[in-house]
Design a protein around this ligand. Structure first.
Ligand SMILES: *Cc1c(COP(=O)(O)O)cnc(C)c1O
Length: 369
């Protein structure tokens, strides 16, 4: 069996050494020593002035929306070509998603379609750096500035990515990272918010702890989204090895590209890497368009051969059953996103995927051609 991904883990001894001190301190959560150390390490790694750790990426995103002080029922322009979390966070925080179509070259929000979606109720833009491809940040920011809109990035896929010398953590008003087990960098479950305005640090720290400011002052109707010490210790260990992990993913990506890069009907998104740009190889998305077999046929054939690929992202969030009949879902006009969702398949990619395994996967994909 080849799974679509495989969580990065440090050596067992390395993790044991990292958590040993907790048997002396008995300090297991609530911004302990491991939490503080990981937060400092991540600020440095992501080259960002402010970072607040979370129990997971989704709750971080909900707090990011809450802290922007958006009006109840305000419209947030976003993409339906994403994981459930992005759209759910908007709806759960009392706002209304307005779906914008995507750019077929990198699967991120098509900034040229933004203006036509802005109304007097629009209060924010929430784009996603899909598969680690950084959004069209300059165009998005200039439209946001023109209309006075907040920009919240779902950077769950973009850990360690750098575009034109700028870290993925430093775009917009706030960026959410996920450290879920399936991501390039993991803390088992986990996440973080990164942002330029340092005055938000305190607010996020309070929001993730029930809104408690001190033992007698509760200033927000906050939830509980604190990262615990075992998660932070996992992060400290994994962060030591993340560059090596990304390098191994880059090698695997290049083997795939060699085998699938010049095949009629297989489209691979372009990646730019140079002294100012770095990719993280979080996923290996393939668009089957005029290949002779459909995406579903290829996916089934892989499964019959013990290889698990993922229809990521399919279906569009605007087609979810939980949103059926709602105006914002019915009004969605995103033909490019729908086209991509029907044809996209992410093939297995993780640091320890071997060249032989990639060759086997590609043989199954290309069989009959
Ligand atoms: C993983 C992911 C999330 C949610 O992160 P969790 O840490 O699992 O809560 C949100 N958005 C996208 C695009 C993701 O891939």
């Amino acid at each position: 069996m080849i799974q679509v991904t495989r969580s990065s883990m440090p050596d067992f001894e390395e993790y044991c050494n990292e958590i040993r001190s907790m048997w002396d301190s008995h300090w297991l959560t609530n911004m302990g020593e491991k939490h503080q150390r990981l937060e400092a390490m991540l600020k440095e790694y992501l080259d960002t002035p402010n970072a607040v750790l979370y129990a997971n990426g989704h709750l971080a995103l909900e707090d990011a929306i809450a802290a922007m002080r958006l009006p109840e029922g305000g419209e947030i322009i976003t993409t339906p070509f994403t994981f459930a979390s992005t759209t759910h966070a908007i709806v759960r925080k009392g706002c209304r998603p307005v779906f914008c179509d995507i750019d077929p070259d990198d699967f991120t929000l098509d900034a040229s379609k933004l203006r036509s979606l802005i109304t007097e109720k629009t209060c924010a833009i929430l784009p996603v750096h899909v598969y680690g491809h950084i959004c069209h940040t300059d165009e998005i920011q200039s439209i946001a500035d023109e209309y006075g809109l907040k920009v919240i990035y779902d950077a769950a896929h973009a850990f360690g990515v750098i575009k034109n010398g700028v870290s993925a953590a430093n775009f917009g008003d706030v960026s959410m990272f996920s450290f879920h087990a399936t991501k390039v960098f993991n803390t088992i479950e986990g996440g973080a918010l990164c942002f330029r305005d340092g005055s938000l640090t305190e607010e996020f720290n309070h929001r993730k702890n029930f809104g408690i400011c001190n033992p007698t002052d509760v200033v927000f109707v906050g939830g509980n989204a604190k990262m615990n010490e075992f998660q932070a210790a996992m992060g400290i260990c994994n962060l030591r090895h993340v560059d090596e992990e990304i390098n191994k993913r880059r090698t695997a990506d290049s083997v795939y590209r060699e085998l699938l890069g010049n095949v009629q009907g297989i489209i691979l998104p372009k990646i730019r890497e140079d002294s100012e740009n770095r990719h993280n190889y979080a996923y290996f998305p393939v668009l089957f368009d005029g290949f002779g077999y459909s995406r579903d046929e290829i996916s089934d054939r892989l499964k019959e051969n013990g290889i698990i690929a993922r229809k990521y992202f399919y279906p569009l969030t605007s087609s979810f059953e939980c949103y059926r009949g709602m105006d914002f879902a019915k009004n969605a006009r995103t033909p490019v996103a729908a086209y991509c969702a029907d044809r996209i398949l992410t093939l297995p990619l993780y640091a320890d995927l071997t060249t032989e395994e990639i060759e086997r996967i590609c043989r199954v994909v290309l069989r009959g051609r």
